[in-house]
Design a protein around this ligand. Structure first.
Ligand code: DGL
Length: 281
């Protein structure tokens, strides 16, 4: 098999990365995709950097063992803690979700304040602020002068969002109350945009949007990452050849049936071809 025809590997701590998978599938319909969800060890968002690196590194080995041509770390927590480590270790390109989301936020904000929400680990790492300020520093001319001394990035951990999504609590009153609780301090800053810095959060997008005033744009890192992956494959002549629809394989480290049931809700369609990954747990 030609290297270009190899699959794209995508992984997350569990189900959330399916929101990224969905966006990749949307714009790259011919690519074969292999998804790994570490359902035995989710969540990563409250774990230490060492543990997140260890888990992510094991999954990288699993995916590269299946000959993937590129790996997408479809998990903000792993992207903020382990990306550099994985990039140094892998012999294929490894993409994270932070940089594409940060780039889009800078573009969308046009100098207005930026708010970021994520897991405790992602927010503690300050990976988004770092990437946002790096992006601003790379801007030239008029664009960079938009970001004056009043510009602010506010980051907020929302640790209850992941369990609410995992339990399917998307529109309940309790969910709306939790969203309001977390977002009230952010909305006070009147952000021009809000980055959904966790792969579970796009599932709550409508409820989150209802708590914002209409002027705050919501940035979905998954959509931006899918675009960056497509660009990279195109520019490097790495797109799959032929016209055959892309295949899909899913692996989990625990409970295939639960993944099928909840994952179907994330993808908005039934999930087939799910297997238990041997040796990872
Ligand atoms: N997928 C994780 C992220 O995007 C959220 C779930 C977890 O804490 O593992 O940060």
């Amino acid at each position: 098999m030609k290297f270009n025809d190899s699959p794209i590997g995508i992984f997350d701590s569990g189900l959330g990365g399916l929101t990224v998978f969905k966006e990749i599938r949307k714009i790259l319909p011919l690519e074969d995709l292999i998804y790994f969800g570490d359902t035995a060890r989710v969540p990563y968002g409250n774990k230490s950097k060492e543990t997140i690196i260890k888990y992510s590194s094991e999954i990288l080995g699993f995916l590269t063992g299946r000959n993937v041509k590129i790996v997408v770390v479809a998990c903000n927590t792993s992207s903020s803690m382990a990306l550099e480590y994985l990039q140094n270790k892998a012999d294929v390109p490894v993409f994270g979700v932070i940089e594409p989301g940060a780039k889009k936020a800078v573009q969308a904000s046009s100098g207005g304040n930026i708010a970021v929400i994520g897991t405790s680990a992602t927010i503690k790492s300050r990976a988004y602020s770092t990437a946002i300020y790096k992006e601003i520093a790379s801007l030239k001319g008029d664009k960079s002068s938009l970001f004056g001394s009043g510009f602010k990035v506010t980051e907020k951990a929302c640790p209850l969002f992941v369990p609410l999504v995992e339990e399917g609590f998307l529109n309940q009153e309790i969910t709306k109350g939790v969203i309001k609780h977390y977002l009230s301090s952010l909305t006070a800053e009147k952000p021009a945009c809000l980055v959904l810095g966790c792969t579970h959060y796009p599932i709550l997008k409508d409820s989150i949007s209802a708590q914002l005033d209409g002027d705050t744009e919501i940035i979905d890192s998954g959509i931006e990452t899918a675009g960056a992956v497509k660009d990279y494959l195109e520019k490097n002549g790495m797109l799959k050849s032929g016209a055959k629809k892309g295949g899909e394989l899913f692996f989990v480290s625990d409970d295939v049936e639960k993944f099928k049931e909840l994952g179907g809700k994330f993808l908005g369609r039934p999930i087939e071809n799910v297997g238990l990954a041997d040796g990872i747990k």
